[in-house]
Design a protein around this ligand. Structure first.
Ligand code: ADP
Length: 655
């Protein structure tokens, strides 16, 4: 193929413009990005070679070489990985494939300065090279292809790039950066070693550089008082040395790994630029042997709610990379966990399909799940300083101090996903219910566990009361809570969309049933004294005729109408039957375009309320009845079926 010119995809051109026209606080990330690509290319080769060892040709040792030529002003990153065909070079180096880069593009604000900072945090893969290079030449050959099928790709980082066929004996890829004048610093052994140490130490692949040696300058005049030499300098020796640790981090003993190294490794595998919240690292021995290094991120990714979101676990078998996003290794409700599992038992040629069926994988998945739950339990246990301890900060160990407030952070990001586990992982349901946290009528922050609640229950209280609503404000001001407030009984306020669904799987906690305050007939059991019960029965009796009329007037809207003692200030509220779907869930399903059964609620009225007392004998009875119902609906976040009619009725009464 002779030389062809191709235009960059529009997004690439836009990205390149930004990359080349801004100043960067950390330019050096270009090297991390290119080494990471080289390492991926080697991983890909290793994987393909599992079924075709010929791909190794005569170079089975996978490695990355860094070299520079000061005179030519070039810095070259060479790998002997999978390489690219001409078509692959055109496709992969002319478009944006990586989701991380797309994410980055979506975050661009148009303000050059802050956008430039973002590049440093995200990295933009191959295109990062243009941060330091005015031109990039890529020479590559796909493993297994003939030497004549080498490819040269050249671009100045503006609108287009050129591709042509070349002879290339070695398999793999060389990325040759033609350094900008102001980036010539990078053509320096020390500088490169420093950057590799910072970003790429844990790449499990050796990164090599040619050794240098000091050489005295040439002797010109032995009688000269300076020794008569030209200035000396470092010269290349032709011998290559490994400049990174090149050992997979997870294989090293815990005690030899610093927190910073753990965090760096996390950033490398997750492409997250924030440090993780916490991690766990263990070698598991027994019927299946494996090493797990699992991280919990600090922040939820944007696509957390995408149901097709891939798992964050990389699978290795005896340190050989097998696959990314090994969903079989982690249940879906823990899809936010990132990390590495390295198995000693699985076959190297294991496929995704095989993974689903393997008993070893099942054991690993169970083990990983337990580990993550233990990690969360530990955070939860240390989340709040012990109340009894005085001068808490002196009592706690540094390690425990560091855990203060961490669980709350975790929960704010991932709590809602964790709840999916209640319906998904029955074996761990008890552990999961202990990890749940809610706001309540005594706590605005989402920090109350079922156990906290139980410890505060009133004498004679025999249920854990809760309410579900769309927002915290709606929950807090809900009429159903009035009598609970009056009696000082705590009610959990649940405002996550998954709560209603998740609670289908949790009916009790530690022997105490959960009871929605918006479901079923009102019964506070022993919390109500005989006098109150008697008053309620009397009211029901005297109100019988009015209730019958109300029922008739509202027969299309309400399943039933009854008096209640759950209200204090409000005239009426709506409840559903014990096993019925809540109004809120029915609304949510409808909004999501799903089939929801028509929920016909029960209207409960407060016999003590002036408006309710007025009903009997009122000439406006019909309008009042409908207003009562529609207002109860509004109060719990719903909308009257016919809003205009509602407004008309209210206005008629007002005027
Ligand atoms: P990413 O690596 O995240 O996919 P990049 O923009 O860095 O995004 O690279 C785009 C694609 O170019 C890669 O997915 C890969 O297919 C190809 N590529 C980049 N560098 C190399 C390399 N050294 N060897 C083989 N292929 C490469």
């Amino acid at each position: 193929m002779s030389k062809q010119t191709h235009a960059f995809q529009a997004e690439v051109a836009q990205l390149l413009h930004l990359v080349t026209h801004s100043l960067y606080s950390n330019q050096e990330i270009f090297l991390r990005e290119l080494i990471s690509n080289a390492s991926d290319a080697c991983d890909k080769l290793r994987f393909e070679a599992l079924n075709n060892t010929a791909l190794y040709e005569d170079a089975p040792d996978l490695q990355v070489r860094l070299s520079f030529d000061k005179a030519a002003k070039t810095l070259t990153i060479t790998d002997n990985g999978i390489g690219m065909t001409a078509q692959e070079a055109i496709d992969h180096l002319g478009t944006i494939a990586k989701s991380g880069t797309k994410d980055f593009m979506s975050k661009l604000s148009g303000d050059q300065k802050s956008d430039a900072q973002l590049i440093g945090q995200f990295g933009v893969g191959f295109y990062s090279g243009f941060i330091v290079a005015e031109k990039i030449t890529v020479e590559t050959r796909r493993a297994g292809a003939a030497a004549a099928e080498g490819v040269r790709w050249i671009s100045g980082g503006t609108g287009d790039f050129e591709v042509e066929t070349i002879q290339r004996a070695e398999r793999g890829t060389s990325v040759i950066l033609h350094l900008r004048e102001e980036a010539l610093d990078y053509a320096n052994t020390w500088k490169l070693k420093e950057i590799v140490g910072k970003y790429s130490d844990h790449i499990s692949l050796p990164i090599l550089m040619e050794k240098e040696e000091w050489q005295d300058g040439e002797l010109i005049d032995p009688n000269d008082e300076n020794g008569g030499r030209k200035p000396g300098g470092m010269v290349k020796t032709g011998e290559w040395e490994t400049i990174n640790k090149a050992s997979a981090l997870w294989t090293r003993p815990k005690k030899d790994i610093s927190d910073e190294q753990y965090a760096d490794f996390y950033k490398q595998i997750s492409r997250d630029f924030e440090a993780p919240l916490t991690w766990t690292h263990n070698r598991v021995e027994g019927s299946t042997e494996y090493t797990q290094l699992l991280y919990i991120p600090s922040k939820a990714p944007q696509d957390l709610w995408n149901r097709d979101k891939k798992a964050g676990i990389k699978l290795y078998v005896k340190r050989v990379f097998i696959m990314d996003e090994a969903e079989a290794l982690m249940p879906s409700y823990l899809r936010f966990v990132k990390g590495v599992v390295d198995s000693a038992d699985l076959p190297l040629n294991v496929s995704r399909e095989l993974l689903q069926e393997s008993r070893d994988v099942k054991a690993i998945r169970e083990g990983c799940t337990k580990r993550v739950l233990s990690m969360l339990e530990d955070l939860a246990k240390h989340d709040k300083a012990p109340e009894s301890a005085e001068g808490v900060t002196d009592v706690l160990s540094d390690e425990d101090k560091a855990k203060l407030g961490q669980y709350a952070k975790f929960y704010a990001e991932f709590g809602a996903v964790l709840k999916e586990g209640l319906g998904e992982d029955f074996a761990n349901k008890d552990r999961l219910s202990k990890l749940l946290r809610f706001a309540s009528t005594t706590s605005d922050t989402v920090s109350v566990s079922f156990a906290d609640y139980k410890a505060r229950m009133k004498e004679g209280q025999d249920a854990i009361y809760y309410i579900t609503a769309d927002t915290l404000a709606a929950a807090k001001n809900s009429p159903q809570l009035e009598v609970f407030k009056k009696k000082g009984i705590e009610v959990l306020l649940m405002t996550d969309r998954v709560d209603e669904w998740a609670l289908n799987f949790v009916h009790e906690f530690d022997g105490t049933p959960l009871q929605s305050v918006a479901k079923g007939a009102f019964d506070l059991g022993k919390l109500q004294d005989d006098e109150e019960k008697k008053a309620a029965e009397d009211a029901a009796e005297t109100f019988k005729p009015v209730l019958a009329k109300l029922k008739e007037a509202l027969k299309d809207k309400a399943e039933d109408v009854r008096v209640t003692s759950r209200l204090v200030d409000s005239p009426a509220c709506l409840v559903v039957t014990d096993d019925g779907m809540s109004m809120q869930l029915a609304r949510m399903l409808k909004q999501a375009g799903q089939q929801a059964p028509e929920v016909k609620p029960v209207l409960e009225v407060n016999p003590e309320h002036a408006l309710v007392k007025k009903l009997d004998g009122s000439v406006h009875f019909h309008d009042l009845a409908h207003i009562l119902f529609d207002q109860a609906l509004l109060a719990e976040g719903g909308l009257p079926a016919d809003p205009a009619a509602y407004v008309k009725r209210v206005n008629a009464l007002l005027s």
